[in-house]
Ligand binder design. Sequence first.
Ligand code: AMP
Length: 399
Amino acid sequence: MRKLFVENLQVRGSRVLVRVDFNVPLGKNGEITDDRRIQESLRTIEWLSRNGARTVLMSHWAPSKKKEDPKPSLKLVAERLSQLLRKDVRLAPACTGPEVKRMLQGLGDGDVMLLENLRLGPEEEKNDPRFAAELAELAEIYVNDAFGSAHRAHASTEGVTHHLRQRAAGFLMKKELDYLGSALESPKRPFVAIIGGAKISSKIDVIGALLKKVDTLIIGGGMAFTFFKAMGREVGKSLLEGDKVDVARKILEGGKTGSQARILLPIDCIAADRYDNDAERLVVDSGKIPVDRQCLDIGPATIELFSRTIREAKTVVWNGPMGVFEFPNFARGTFAVAQALVDCTKLGGITIVGGGDSASAMAEAGLESQVSHVSTGGGASLEFLEGKKLPGVEALSDA
Ligand code: AMP
């Protein structure tokens, strides 16, 4: 179902409440280390300003991974946004309340203001109905440009939408939905998906869903060893999810019946004597992993096989690293896949990186701009590829 798009709205003189994703990382000295998320939202904000909207932005900011850590004020974000937009963006002292309403009254056509961090209180994540209704009171039109938060039914992504008649996707949201949507609905073939990372348990649903869509599913990273175990192979001290061996076996058997896509697993790996960047490295056949070793990357023959398969594809979706890419000595496989996506793009393929670690690897390799699309939402893109309905997308008006 196509969703209402911000460009199709009449916004002059109207107050527009925009959910953006300003969840940027913070460095050790309390500075914003990467403002790409702010930059990605500029297109929507600038369009609204140019067209005379009175824009009220809202975002969560949770730079610490520890849930219990206090959430920071958006002051730094407001300053960075003001610099990037080259216009003053005033920060409200809260998300709702009399002071916010007073600031709203001073907002002219084309002006932009920012509400304080949505997660200062518990209401946002609880999708508190009263908080959602109070947010909705701030505007006449709603725009969601925060794809990375669309898989969560929070007050700012879902609750608020019950009270606003026009609910549109912003430019970034539209780009995400267009790329991911057309890969799933009408992919140019061959369609190849690459799934990696540590755990099968977190990717089992996406593997199942993709097997019904793709021509080839490449499986790499730590999860490959649970598949090897299911094939009766020795995996040494490599990552293993013992309780997922049966699931892995079923996936492999499904592949054998021919009813599903071809599955490609690593044919060789880099076996280490310990979990360390400086560990001793040995290239081993994936059928002959020594009992006292753990495999931390795919091997050269696998790089060759995976890269060739990716280069020959017309649509590629990638989620999850091929090894412990945080250790430079075990990052080769992951960077080779990144490079293969770039090669595929140059040959006319559509290449999509599904956020999270793969997006970080793409950025680290400096190749981000050389693929078709790097998703801004790791969890959201995974759920989209699983075929799940994202509450933040469902809540938008139909076009
Ligand atoms: P995930 O969050 O499931 O996408 O997993 C990402 C993590 O998987 C990264 O932090 C990698 O270090 C890790 N990983 C990838 N391959 C391996 C491997 N062969 N052994 C251990 N960890 C791995």
